[in-house]
Design a protein around this ligand. Structure first.
Ligand SMILES: [Zn+2]
Ligand SMILES: [Zn+2]
Length: 91
């Protein structure tokens, strides 16, 4: 495994996170609150290094049970993260 951290990729879904922290502009992630439970799902070595993407934050907020289960059980299948059906659980 390559342990190098790519700060442009979301540590959860491995898609581009759109982070602006490395440019002169301030990042959108400074304006959103990332739930601590979501941060806890990021491998420790990557916490606070690479931003979690907006998509993961939205998915987590919409259906955190399904999202957490996906992370925990299917970490090798990160592509499926994007297929979580958030229309099911809306209470
Ligand atoms: Zn993501
Ligand atoms: Zn960021």
């Amino acid at each position: 495994m390559d342990n190098k951290i790519d700060e442009t990729l979301c540590p959860l879904c491995r898609e581009e996170n759109g982070c602006m922290a490395h440019s002169d502009e301030s990042c959108w992630c400074n304006d959103v609150t990332v739930p601590q439970e979501l941060i806890d799902l990021v491998p420790e070595a990557q916490q606070r290094k690479a931003c979690i993407c907006r998509f993961c934050i939205e998915k987590f907020n919409a259906n955190r049970v399904a999202f957490t289960a996906k992370i925990r059980n299917e970490s090798g299948d990160v592509a499926s993260l994007r297929k979580i059906d958030i229309t099911q659980v809306q209470s």
